[in-house]
Ligand binder design. Structure first.
Ligand SMILES: CC(C)(COP(=O)(O)OP(=O)(O)OC[C@H]1O[C@@H](n2cnc3c(N)ncnc32)[C@H](O)[C@@H]1OP(=O)(O)O)[C@@H](O)C(=O)NCCC(=O)NCCS
Length: 183
């Protein structure tokens, strides 16, 4: 197993990884306002209709955007027996010294073996070398396993956007969560 810097020509490996995961739970999101008080709540619940999620946002436009981040040099992959089994794509925001993780994927068949920890440590080391003060990532209320994983790696929920993907994110139980960790 070896960690490599991701090159532009390696970006196609992102699509080759089986990044699917099973959604069995979710964080149920509600918001209420009472005059001058706003209450946002998220609580763990069983998903009413469990399903296997497959990311489907890798269109030409998105891949072109990722490519521009990969050029910066802060994206990595893990290879095992010549096959790419994990990928992290990041972007440095110099103005506020934070590193954004755009993609963080370990192939389904290779999970639970420490690859996610190794890849994340590589990202933390890179962020430190670049003088960043924090690392942040966007995930969803439907991806409780990822939320738990990021918490385990020192991230906290720092914010959310209940209209990030569509006009029915709340009904779809897929609200965007932003998680952050200091460096
Ligand atoms: C989330 C993901 C990256 C984790 O990768 P992984 O290789 O399975 O993680 P590791 O085996 O390296 O685990 C690292 C640590 O996190 C912990 N961990 C992993 N998943 C966890 C979970 N669901 N809940 C709690 N802890 C978890 C492990 O126990 C391990 O702890 P340790 O190192 O202290 O012993 C992987 O499951 C994945 O790619 N999921 C699908 C794609 C996805 O959702 N990506 C995130 C998109 S925002």
């Amino acid at each position: 197993m070896r960690v490599k810097r991701l090159g532009e020509s390696d970006l196609k490996h992102v699509k080759g990884i089986d990044s699917s995961f099973d959604v069995e739970q979710c964080l149920d999101y509600t918001k209420k306002s009472f005059g001058d008080k706003y209450v946002f709540e998220m609580s763990l619940a069983e998903h009413p209709s469990p399903f296997r999620k497959r990311f489907s946002h890798y269109d030409e436009d998105y891949m072109r955007m990722l490519s521009s981040f990969v050029k910066e040099g802060g994206s990595f992959e893990i290879e095992e027996n010549g096959k790419c089994v994990a990928v992290a794509v990041t972007q440095c925001h110099k103005w506020n010294r934070s590193l954004q993780i755009w993609e963080f994927l370990v192939d389904r068949d290779y999970r639970g073996r420490g690859l996610g920890r190794l890849l994340m440590q590589t990202v933390f080391d890179y962020a430190k070398d670049m003088g960043m003060r924090s690392v942040f990532v966007e995930t969803q209320t439907s991806n409780v396993k990822a939320v738990r994983y990021y918490e385990h790696m020192g991230f906290e929920i720092a914010g959310f956007d209940d209209g990030f993907y569509s006009n029915s994110d709340v009904e779809n139980r897929e609200v965007a969560l932003f998680m952050r960790r200091s460096i």
